[in-house]
Design a protein around this ligand. Structure first.
Ligand code: GTP
Length: 361
């Protein structure tokens, strides 16, 4: 899927850089343009990307300090400049735009829903958000920011693919130490998904294409991505169980959003040397994912690659009713209640079933 990436805030810029580098290293060519946006000049400087500094008149290049309302305001005020910087990158070949951000901070958290809304007004291609949820141990401000940003982004974008910062963190590592590894894990998984619609070797009926990713995400709301890999035998017939077991791990333990298994739709992608991919295994896995997620809209296909390993991706669309998302919204609500004496902001937990809540926009 030909994709334009836009990284917002510090986390957004770093994850976007990893994605661009992964795509180039693998020779996939799925990323057709990339831009980083921030209100903090120092965070933009090290990035090997085109950049736009927003909010200079308000924060003078120093960032918004975790204030996501200010993050939303500066993005709105500078929207025209951002849109014109993007103009050259979003060419006719682009099939999707992906906004990448940490939802717990200020610039990325506030700016992402604003920019998603602006982009949707102008472009016909889907606008997705790749949003990082704060880990459980991060402070109350991060949880509240992420709750509000997620609610608004889920409404404005076509889908918000969530990565929980607790999901791919090695045990014993601090959050800061873990960022590099988490960002690489995100880049590999999301990079493979984007490239799976770009099959480089071999074209067949069973090969996944971009429309299957788009259709899987069409249910809107929140999505999640699972991944697992294993050594593959040379004969496809011998890999049926391997495909099943990698899919099981991808969904149950290797997912970007732990415990989110109730979904409206799903896509299973099996990536490996085409000769090693068992059709029967893909089909059996597709049916298993149907049972596990309760969805009747489960697609499946191959991604032929020059690799002797089998990597299985499970993309889930419409996971907002799953326990995991509800638990996060509860966490955001509790964090907000703890601050309520200072702040009268509304309750983010009812995000998906209560219109009384104020969104960011
Ligand atoms: N996965 C990952 N998460 C990160 C990284 N850097 C920050 N975060 C998370 O993102 C959230 C903070 O967002 P940032 O991107 O740092 O904030 P910002 O958008 O730059 O906003 P301001 O600094 O307030 O202007 C927190 O939940 C962090 O845990 C990173 O490199 N990788």
């Amino acid at each position: 899927m030909k994709t334009v990436l836009i990284g917002l805030g510090q986390a957004g810029g770093k994850v976007t850089t990893e994605l661009v580098q992964f795509d180039a290293r693998m020779g996939f060519d799925a990323v057709t343009g990339a831009l980083a946006i921030n209100s903090a000049k120092a965070d933009l400087q090290p990035l090997p990307l085109d950049t736009v500094l927003v909010g200079q008149d308000r924060v003078n290049g120093h960032g918004v300090g975790g204030d996501n309302e200010l993050g939303a305001e500066v993005m709105q005020a500078d929207a025209r400049e951002v849109m014109s910087a993007l103009d050259g990158s979003i060419t006719a070949e682009a099939e999707a735009i992906v906004l990448v951000a940490g939802l717990g901070g200020g610039t990325g958290s506030g700016g992402t829903p604003v920019l998603a809304k602006e982009l949707k007004r102008i472009y016909d291609v889907p606008v997705y958000v790749l949003g990082v949820l704060p880990a459980e141990g991060e402070g109350a401000m991060y949880q509240v920011n992420a709750g509000r940003s997620l609610k608004t982004a889920a409404r404005e974008a076509d889908s918000v693919l969530l990565v929980d910062n607790d999901a791919w963190r090695a045990s014993g590592e601090s959050m800061e130490e873990g960022y590099d590894a988490i960002n690489k894990a995100i880049a590999k998984r999301v990079g493979l998904l984007l490239a799976s619609g770009e099959a480089v070797e071999g074209v067949g009926e069973s090969v996944v294409d971009s429309s299957e990713i788009i259709n899987t995400l069409r249910s809107g709301g929140i999505s999640a991505l699972g991944y697992a890999s294993a050594e593959a035998a040379p004969d496809a017939e011998d890999n049926i169980n391997t495909v099943m077991s990698t899919a099981r791990r991808a969904l149950l333990t290797g997912t970007s959003l732990p415990d989110a298994t109730t979904a409206d739709s799903a896509l299973v992608v099996v990536a490996a040397d085409g000769e090693r991919i068992p059709r029967k295994g893909v089909e059996r896995t597709r049916r298993w994912v149907e049972e596990e997620t309760g969805s009747l809209q489960v697609r499946g296909g191959d991604f032929p690659l020059g690799s002797e390993r089998i990597a299985t991706l499970v993309l889930l669309g419409g996971v907002e009713r799953s326990d995991r998302v509800q638990r996060f919204m509860q966490r955001a609500k509790e964090a907000q209640e703890a601050e309520e004496t200072k702040d009268e902001r509304p309750d983010p937990v009812s995000a998906f079933d209560n219109d009384e809540i104020d969104s960011l926009l």
